[in-house]
Design a protein around this ligand. Structure first.
Ligand code: PHE
Ligand code: NA
Length: 452
């Protein structure tokens, strides 16, 4: 059976951007930047992109396009004993799939509610009580929250339809609609935010540079961690997507385009988030630190409250906001599911249809845990755990296995074959030294703080 191939280069790039632009760009980046020096954070972030994010993306694109396999198969073709590294990434992405799908489910519920601002005045009570029915006990796994369950089933249904159609008709076609739409929504959200009174204060908070932070190692650690997460690296995904590339592909250029587009999306989204928070703080007559929140709390509690307070275009803005979240997260979820499905297709010589049914069957089954009343406890714990011991460890293994054992020069030669801009010896240094050292440091400090 011939391997599926992208219809064209743009399709591949859009699909890779679809994977990378996700919740990390919407609720993670702006908060991480705000916490770590505001405008000054852009410097470590850009350096992290250049010295780690882009080089590792080049490596993953190189692996997939050279060995033409899902992550386990590509690693195996590089060296037989490397196969397990691919599986580690695949299993980590499967675990992410199980809770990422639930967040998409919540977002679908919010998207429907957005038309009427149906979350009501007390957005915290809506999220915790009405929607999640959060239980006091983390062991309350018997009771489902029915709205979440319905959102979750709808999410899996959409993924099933896209994945069944395959690389060109499913992933590529949906990316060609999703990604342009995402940028339109982003533009709408930024324009709405910056025309609100007080928004400038929020943006100032977001960007006001605190250069003294640049000497703080934690800031650098945050920059590298954010870059890896945001670019969907170490998750078997970029290897899988690049394994569908036609033979003559410009690896280096593609990696730059995808990474810079992801960074640009995050940076721009910060204006929408902090502009809106600035308006909210101004209206309440408080400082931004009283309204700012991160991740789930930001998207499902604080922003709905801010949307309630808008002077006009409430429902329109709310719909744009949640549509943006739904689409960004859906296209990332598709890539996670594809990484798993493609691996079992390769391993067991299975047809796509069957592999997709199996992946979605298991994915749905495990995701049900997070649709229970205790789900949010587990989501928090697993998310933290997998971000360190999934992608970061795989990143280390990848750079050591390919950079040191397989040989950085050998894979670089392939990477440069059809690339306009070539990866020079600087790339070897990033792969062999910079990335493993920084990632090891992240795992080390994270483990220490987990033990504490
Ligand atoms: N890159 C995605 C984001 O920024 C997150 C993600 C990580 C998605 C790993 C898939 C796999 O939200
Ligand atoms: Na991202």
């Amino acid at each position: 059976m011939a391997r599926e191939v992208w219809n064209n280069r743009v399709g591949f790039i859009l699909a890779a951007i679809g994977s990378s632009v996700g919740l990390g760009n919407i609720w993670r980046f702006s908060y991480v930047a705000y916490e770590n020096g505001g405008g000054a954070f852009l410097i470590p972030y850009f350096i992290a992109l250049l010295t780690a994010g882009i080089p590792l993306m080049i490596l993953e694109f190189g692996l997939g396009s050279k060995f033409l396999g899902s992550a386990p198969l590509s690693f195996k073709r590089a060296k037989k004993s490397f196969e397990w590294i691919g599986w580690w990434g695949v299993i980590a992405s499967f675990i992410i799939t199980t809770y990422y799908s639930v967040i998409v489910g919540w977002s679908l519920v919010y998207l429907l509610k957005a038309f009427t601002l149906g979350w009501g005045a007390d957005t915290g009570a809506f999220f915790n009580n009405e929607l999640l029915h959060v239980s006091d006990s983390p062991w309350n796994l018997g009771n489902f929250s029915y709205p979440v369950l319905i959102g979750l089933l709808a999410t899996w249904l959409i993924i099933w339809v896209v994945e069944k159609k395959g690389v060109q008709a499913g992933i590529e076609r949906s990316s060609k609609i999703f990604i342009p739409l995402l940028w339109v929504l982003l533009t709408v959200l930024v324009l709405r935010a910056i025309t609100l009174e007080g928004s400038i204060n929020g943006i100032e908070w977001y960007l006001k540079p605190d250069f003294s932070k640049l000497t703080d190692i934690k800031v650098w650690q945050a920059a590298y961690g954010q870059a890896f997460y945001s670019l969907s690296l170490g998750m078997a995904i970029m290897i899988t997507y690049s394994s569908y590339l036609p033979k003559k592909s410009d690896i280096v250029n593609n990696a730059f385009i995808v990474s810079l587009a992801d960074g640009a999306f995050s940076f721009t989204m910060g204006f929408a988030i902090f502009g809106t928070l600035g308006y909210m703080a101004y209206t309440k007559g408080v400082g931004i630190e009283e309204v700012v929140a991160q991740s789930i709390g930001l998207a499902f509690v604080v922003l709905p409250e801010a949307l309630n307070m808008l002077p006009g275009l409430k429902a329109l803005t709310a719909v744009a906001f949640f549509m943006c979240i739904v689409i960004a997260a859906l296209s990332s979820l598709i890539s996670l599911v594809e990484a798993f499905a493609s691996s079992i297709m390769d391993k067991f010589e299975m047809k796509r249809g069957r592999a997709v049914d199996l992946t979605i069957g298991f994915g749905l089954f495990f995701s049900l845990i997070y649709a229970t009343r205790a789900g949010i406890y587990w989501l928090d714990i697993i998310d933290h755990f997998i971000n360190t011991y999934g992608l970061i460890i795989v990143g280390i293994l990848e750079t050591v296995a390919i950079g040191w054992i397989y040989g950085a020069d050998k894979i670089r030669e392939w990477i440069n074959t059809y690339s306009d801009i070539m990866a020079g010896t600087w790339w070897n240094a990033c792969i062999k030294v910079v990335i493993p050292i920084i990632l090891l440091y992240i795992v080390y400090t994270d483990t220490l703080s987990n033990l504490a």
